[in-house]
Design a protein around this ligand. Sequence first.
Ligand SMILES: Cc1cc2nc3c(=O)[nH]c(=O)nc-3n(C[C@H](O)[C@H](O)[C@H](O)COP(=O)(O)OP(=O)(O)OC[C@H]3O[C@@H](n4cnc5c(N)ncnc54)[C@H](O)[C@@H]3O)c2cc1C
Length: 445
Amino acid sequence: MAPDKGFARDHAIVVGSGHAGLLAARVLSEHFNTVTVVERDRVDPDTTFRAGVPQGYHPHFLLAKGAQIIGELFPGLLEEIADAGSPFYDYGENIRLKFPAGWTPKTTTGIQIQGFSRPFLEQRIRRRLLELPNVTLADGFTVDRPLFDGSSGAVTGVIGRDADGEEECLYADAVVVATGRGSRLDHWLRGADLPMPTVKSIDVKVSYTSRIYQAPPDDGWKVTFAYVYAPDVRRGGGVLELESGTAMALAMGIGEEGCPPDEAEFARFAKSLPFSGMANYIDGHEPLSELHRFVDHGDWWLQVHRMRRWPEGLLVAGDALCRFNPIYAQGLTVAALHAKALAATLDNGGDAREYHRRAAKVTLTPWLMASSSDLLWDSGRSPGILARLSHWHLDRVITRIPGDPDLFNRFAHVQHMLSGAGTLATPGVLWRLAARPRPAVQLRV
Ligand SMILES: Cc1cc2nc3c(=O)[nH]c(=O)nc-3n(C[C@H](O)[C@H](O)[C@H](O)COP(=O)(O)OP(=O)(O)OC[C@H]3O[C@@H](n4cnc5c(N)ncnc54)[C@H](O)[C@@H]3O)c2cc1C
């Protein structure tokens, strides 16, 4: 493959076989002679839940934009997933979300989505990726740090340990760090005497307590969910359909409002929600799994794109670059956008700095969407005028959604990253937002 201005294109390494790593490897496979995905966990074609991705025990809702990119990278994969037990359905016809002002209206949005667990999606993507002749997976291999060229400073590979603890160097022209939330990139950079990029962060304690059940929701909806909402609604939860007629129940809390992984507490939490659907569901169905808890700390973005000096060939993607409060369900889609940014960079013969600039550009809108609400929860920070204004606008939208299917449709397109935020700020919409909200026709729950 033709060498370009950035780095040679013989061998690329991806560290981490999570969602971002798999998608990055797919992109690299078109530009490098060989690609090695290095993964700490032992992984075989059937692996689903695993230690390296503990968030896999919790609901992972894939936004339509993320699904669209996955479909482009792996043609036919979403249809294959549908055949394997996760049929497509319309977002507005099959999902109902409870906001403080009421339920989202039942309406056709044209947004086709699917329900599955995170490990199921990852397994299907991994299988398709490993069918490519120039991609291999080195599992059971823990990367300890990248290697750098002494004179140019460019990355030259990684050093790590295999499953028997044997140290080994793997050489490459480019290394994508896709090590997720537990990324040790800061440590790796310090160890190589390289400056650490600055970090933007918003501290919000979010906890998820989840359990998988044997039966799909039986109330006619694929997802029924009461949302947390800044700054006052700190408890949420509901039931989401997954693959093959299973479902997941989730108790979500902000700050100290979370639910311990205890059966009685889970039932009590469900009863405390402003609808009876989750309590009825968990009362009437057999669990397939234990209760799992995950505590997260909001939004975090490594500003690699602002670095004047950065090792050539060292690329950071997915949660290792930017992670979001999971309640907005953006992480899988942003990782897919990072893969697109990588593809555009490689098509352009670009370098690591170009990639990080492109990745920052696609990260910005989701970051603003998450941070404008999360700043209202971050007790240590006072939200700036931009965050206040954008939350004020969101408040108006959310308040009117129950009685305005067109507004919900627009909101859904923005939420799924299919339209820009301007869709919710056209003159016609602003006029409606200024008017008194129409009363919603509320369904009995
Ligand atoms: C509770 C929770 C719920 C979420 N819900 C949603 C949702 O509904 N929708 C959504 O879009 N996103 C959601 N997310 C975000 C989503 O999980 C992440 O954005 C996504 O997993 C990012 O993928 P990644 O590949 O960057 O990281 P990961 O998927 O975490 O993968 C990192 C991989 O790197 C490997 N690794 C780490 N260190 C090393 C090393 N040194 N050597 C070798 N391998 C290594 C790990 O074993 C792992 O396989 C949620 C997150 C959480 C915490």
